[in-house]
Design a protein around this ligand. Structure first.
Ligand SMILES: C[S@@+](CC[C@H](N)C(=O)[O-])C[C@H]1O[C@@H](n2cnc3c(N)ncnc32)[C@H](O)[C@@H]1O
Length: 235
């Protein structure tokens, strides 16, 4: 099973409804805080169920939700199909977004599930869709020194503050014996140093800045903001 297949099902990653709601609400608010103008066109790539995408859509002109899992896209369509400011796309449909039209592309908590080759292949697609001055935000990137124990500690802090500590403890136990653990042991999670990401993004024609705070609850992970550097023949 690949990571992309893994996400096409209900997973034990969220320990319960409260965890899932607080997670997606926090991510939506963090994405909304990155939007600079109500006229912005925004892509949330690898968006998951994006339960609070309507909050993000309220802050911009159009929000594209793109996810690789057909089950996730079905749920997004059931929830947001009636919202004229939201479109749901498969990765194969990225070409339907007009070139040079996006002000912001956010990729939160996805890089760990992509091979380096897949990441390198995606970056030109994002670059081609960004408007002049547009930004690509890669968030929740796991540095090599962040272990599952650090992640578990961050989750328990989030759960304590959010009032779902017992269910989080049970969820961690379920995850430890789940497909997630098995695939993580087999395929692994991609982890990057700050320099790795600067090089990868630089190779794809982006100038990079690390943001002081990660998106979401895990302060041990990293967020980068990248802007296309115009090539010699570009305006
Ligand atoms: C850990 S979840 C993150 C969801 C959301 N961004 C968040 O922060 O909660 C990863 C999501 O990426 C999707 N995904 C996995 N591989 C993908 C790919 N190659 N292209 C697009 N989406 C992918 C999965 O279906 C899953 O919904």
């Amino acid at each position: 099973m690949s990571w992309r297949d893994y996400w096409n099902q209900d997973t034990p990653i969220y320990s319960g409804e409260r965890h899932k709601l607080l997670h997606y609400r926090g991510v939506a608010d963090d994405i909304a805080s990155l939007i600079r103008s109500s006229g912005a066109h925004v892509l949330d790539y690898g968006c998951g169920e994006a339960l609070f995408a309507d909050r993000v859509a309220q802050r911009c002109a159009h929000l594209y939700l793109c996810d690789g899992a057909p089950l996730v896209r079905e749920r997004l369509l059931a929830r947001f199909g009636g919202e004229t400011r939201i479109s749901v796309l498969a990765p194969e449909d990225l070409g339907r977004i007009p070139a040079g039209s996006l002000d912001l592309v956010v990729v939160n908590s996805l890089l760990q599930y992509l091979s380096l080759q897949d990441l390198r292949a995606l970056l030109p697609a994002f670059r081609g869709r960004l408007a002049p001055g547009g930004r690509l935000v890669l968030a929740d990137v796991i540095p090599p020194d962040v272990s599952p124990v650090t992640d578990a500690r961050a989750l328990l802090g989030f759960a304590w503050r959010g009032g779902f500590l017992l269910s989080a403890l049970a969820g961690l136990a379920r995850t430890a014996v789940s497909d997630y653990r098995r695939i993580r042991d087999e395929i692994g999670l991609a982890q990057y140093t700050e320099d790795d990401l600067r090089d990868i993004l630089g190779d794809a024609g982006f100038a990079v800045e690390r943001l002081p705070r990660n998106l979401g609850h895990n302060a041990a992970r990293m967020t980068f903001e990248a802007r296309p550097v115009p090539g010699p023949t570009e305006p």
